[in-house]
Design a protein around this ligand. Sequence first.
Ligand code: GLN
Length: 285
Amino acid sequence: MRRLTIAAVLAEVVEQLAGSVDDARLDAEVLLCHLLSLPRVTLYSRPETVVSEVQYRDFMALVARRRAGEPVAYLVGEREFWSLKLEVSTAVLIPRPETELLVEQTLLRIPDDAHWRVADLGTGSGAIALAVAQERARCRVVASDCSAAALAIAQRNAEQLQLNNVEFRHGSWFAPLAAEHFHVVLSNPPYIAAGDSYLQRGDLRFEPGHALVSGADGLDAIREIVATAADHLQTAGWLLLEHGYEQGTQVRALLKANGYSRIETVRDYAGHERVSVAQLGASLC
Ligand code: GLN
């Protein structure tokens, strides 16, 4: 009988995955570590470790799903965002590195010791809300989502990370936030145009459509949030929105038309306009 070592099964799988995914070795390593509950370093420090027949079969089953396009994050049930390990499932969008820019821009505007109220609309896995709650312990973060399944995951993530300055509410955008006012409102809403061929690519094929698609031009959710946020912001409160790389001009125009000032768009690490920021009225005192 052949000896199934970590090195041998990895080599076999890297070959199988090559051509179907961007980084065959990375995917193979992450899937195997997940299955064996091992840290990545073990693959290198003890490549001669023997894998059982059952583990081998389970690994091959996962690899087949990966070859069919299922995202690694869904296969392993987690993704790291802002150094936080988050549970994810097909009920939520997989947190993206570019969304860390939204967190970064938010933190730039909240003083370290501020006792501010922050709202995160369409929180999904809770990624943004939890990152802000972690970095600004005195702030109270309220996060909404129209999906009960997403909120259950967000809630578990908050418990796992022992963050208790964040609260999740079920409903669309501001609907469950009633008459409350916030110092900061932020969101990574859906912003892809219905029918965009980009939706047929990679991980997006497996992600919840309602978290990605927003009307004919992708701007329905952003229009609604911009139009209603003023009713929920304190004077001089900040609104921060992630959007598509070609939507900066339209988002700035929407913010201007709705009376916001200090409007600016920040580029992500790929150089794309990605997050627009604006302030309601005069500066905070
Ligand atoms: N930024 C994501 C992507 O382009 C889309 C996420 C969203 O619609 N909010 O894959």
